[in-house]
Design a protein around this ligand. Sequence first.
Ligand SMILES: CC(C)(COP(=O)(O)OP(=O)(O)OC[C@H]1O[C@@H](n2cnc3c(N)ncnc32)[C@H](O)[C@@H]1OP(=O)(O)O)[C@@H](O)C(=O)NCCC(=O)NCCS
Length: 184
Amino acid sequence: MGLSYYRRFRMEIDFKEVVLPDAMLPDGYSCIAWNGHLADRHALVKYESFKTEIDSKVFRCLSELQGCQRLINDIATQKHFLPETTWLVTHCPNGGTEYQDCATIQGVRQNSVMGAIQNVGVIPEHRGMGLGRAVVLLSLQGFRQAGMRRVYLEVTAQNKAAVSLYRSLGFRLTRTMYKASDFD
Ligand SMILES: CC(C)(COP(=O)(O)OP(=O)(O)OC[C@H]1O[C@@H](n2cnc3c(N)ncnc32)[C@H](O)[C@@H]1OP(=O)(O)O)[C@@H](O)C(=O)NCCC(=O)NCCS
């Protein structure tokens, strides 16, 4: 099996250069703040969001449910984890009791002023309705509350939807790098 190289962007947002709107969720959707009991729900949404996407080729863990469970546990148990940047969005139409989790995001502290968004995922059936934008905005509010001045993330260059989402919020390209992957 040969190696594939994926071009990746590091993108950064500086809170003093942007005015961020409040996060808006469509009717029937609500956001749930981090709680350790939600780990498996975050992992399932992450898996459903990434399993058929380019990043599941770049990072093996994203192509498997167990990999996503390990990833969430690794993020949430590290000392730089920022719970206030970590959100789950659930869909509960017509105020009923049935719900479907549909978006996830996590964040960590990189240093005293810089935060890092870990993984933004919206499951395919709920895309294009503003959930991706809403979870990134919720997370950015959390970084701000935690005293961060800037936030960065990394994204695979060919992931046009994600790059466009981050650009539209004010993230700017700060570095291009290549990630080798040896599986398909
Ligand atoms: C990237 C992702 C999170 C976007 O979620 P979403 O809920 O569909 O995005 P939104 O509806 O909030 O769209 C916000 C903006 O993103 C951009 N965008 C979203 N989908 C797009 C698409 N298919 N093509 C181009 N731009 C797109 C647009 O700028 C859009 O703004 P607009 O609606 O004003 O045009 C989602 O596609 C996803 O989960 N992808 C798979 C997982 C992944 O790759 N995550 C990113 C890892 S870095």
